[in-house]
Ligand binder design. Structure first.
Ligand SMILES: [Zn+2]
Length: 433
């Protein structure tokens, strides 16, 4: 079932005509109202009126996370504060957060996009959605919330944390859809088990997971443990929040980008060159309908590729492949690029290890040293020491084989790696560079 049948199944030509019209209006808007964009277009010696085709988009300069930070808190807003009805912010691990605003129309647009997303992920007005994304400045919780209401589903605004109480609610309220980060979902499953409750006995049918990169193997693990169909959702507050792209539950093979609202591009992160369909690089977005916080060629740092092939669900929207990492999360270990998600894929191939891991990077005598801490299952933990040493060796060998880096593997006790109630902390980089 498709929520916005007209826009989600539009022929390419009609879609591109809408994109161009909306792009031109957005450029006029930002040039007139946001000093940052006026200056950046002037510096590049280009006027909005010179953008006459979608191809011309690449003539415009990029916008970076740092540009947004430099505009802290409100200097990128393209609408007067009288018209702003909501403010969100994304936490940065370094520096100031990025602050984003929404007009009433933006909130409505976002709710529609989330209604589309939830529908694509299997939800209908009959469903009860257990929303374990955090409510607050983070866009996850409220994004799902408004979308669920727009769709006409029932939403339980449980937010993150209070894990035991969540399990009781899941048992008693009988929600049919779970929305959460994948790492928190695994934690929920673990706590349920400790409480003697099996997810298999709960009422869940679908799960919509995102806000952090996760692997195909992690999907299999979640689907098996929860006995559900799991889909990947993508978004970021700078672009609108969740609801920029979603996998359809029919194909579960890449996320449809809502191209009538956002134009995706893939670029070479080093040179800025625009890459073609199928090539892997950094994902860049231009918003087409936002009023308060339009973004022009915003560099997400997320690494993926685009797939224009038709999909069995009937949507004509291009699909972005699963995010394989972030260009700023990418670890360079002795010159080799490594993404945490690649290590995750290797780990999930191994019998007896749990999907809880941490990468610790140190620099010893000028050499990068990668240690992979990975949790054992209860059964393996009581195994003979020699068997565990074998397992460590086998994991290390696979990492070397698949990724080309040497890693020391350290098996740790079940449940000894800290659980997160939001996004998991996968990398500890102790190198002082
Ligand atoms: Zn599809």
């Amino acid at each position: 079932m498709i929520y916005d049948i007209e826009f989600e199944t539009m022929p390419r030509e009609a879609l591109e005509a809408i994109q161009l019209r909306r792009l031109q209006a957005t450029l006029e808007r930002v040039y007139a109202t946001v000093p940052f964009y006026r200056k950046s277009f002037d510096d590049a010696n280009i006027r909005p009126s010179q953008i006459k085709s979608l191809q011309d988009l690449r003539r415009l300069p990029f916008t970076t996370k740092q540009d947004l930070r430099d505009s802290y808190p409100y200097n990128m807003f393209a609408a007067p504060m009288d018209n702003i009805v909501r403010i969100h912010a994304s936490s940065g691990t370094t520096g100031k957060p990025t602050v984003v605003g929404y007009t009433a129309r933006d909130i409505d647009t976002w709710a529609r996009l989330m209604a589309r997303s939830l529908r694509a992920g299997g939800a209908s007005p009959r469903d009860i959605i257990h929303n374990a994304y955090g409510y607050g400045l983070f866009t996850g919780g409220l994004g799902v919330h408004y979308g669920a209401e727009k769709l006409g589903a029932s939403v339980i605004p449980v937010s993150g944390g209070n894990t035991k109480r969540q399990i009781v609610i899941m048992r008693d309220f009988k929600p049919t859809i779970l929305t959460a980060t994948p790492s928190y979902t695994l934690h929920l499953a673990e706590v349920a088990e400790e409480m003697g409750i099996s997810f298999k006995d709960l009422s869940f049918k679908f799960g919509i997971f995102g806000a952090e990169p996760w692997s195909e193997r992690m999907r299999e693990e979640i689907e098996r443990k929860l006995n559900i169909t799991a889909v990947d959702i993508y978004g970021l507050s700078e672009v609108i929040g969740p609801g920029v792209a979603i996998e359809c539950h029919e194909a579960k093979k890449g996320l449809h980008v809502f191209e009538d609202h956002f134009i995706p591009e893939i670029i070479n992160p080093q040179t800025g060159e625009v890459l073609s369909y199928g090539q892997t690089g950094e994902l860049v977005f231009t918003s087409l309908t936002k009023e308060a916080f339009p973004v022009i060629r915003y560099r997400t740092r997320d690494i993926t590729s685009l797939n224009p092939e038709p999909c069995i669900c009937g949507r004509t929207l291009v699909r972005m492949n699963r995010i394989t990492g972030r260009s700023d999360d990418m670890l360079i270990i002795r010159g080799v690029n490594v993404f945490p998600s690649q290590i995750e894929s290797v780990l999930m191939e191994m019998e007896g290890v749990e999907p809880h891991y941490q990468l610790v990077v140190d620099r010893k005598e000028n050499l990068d040293v990668l240690m992979v801490k990975v949790e054992l299952g209860e059964k393996q933990f009581s195994d003979k020491v020699s068997n565990l040493q074998e397992l460590e060796k086998a994991i290390s060998k696979n990492i070397k084989e698949y990724l080309g880096v040497s890693a020391r593997v350290k098996l740790v006790e079940p449940k000894s790696i800290a659980r997160s109630e939001g996004k998991a902390i996968r990398v500890i980089d102790n190198r002082k560079l």
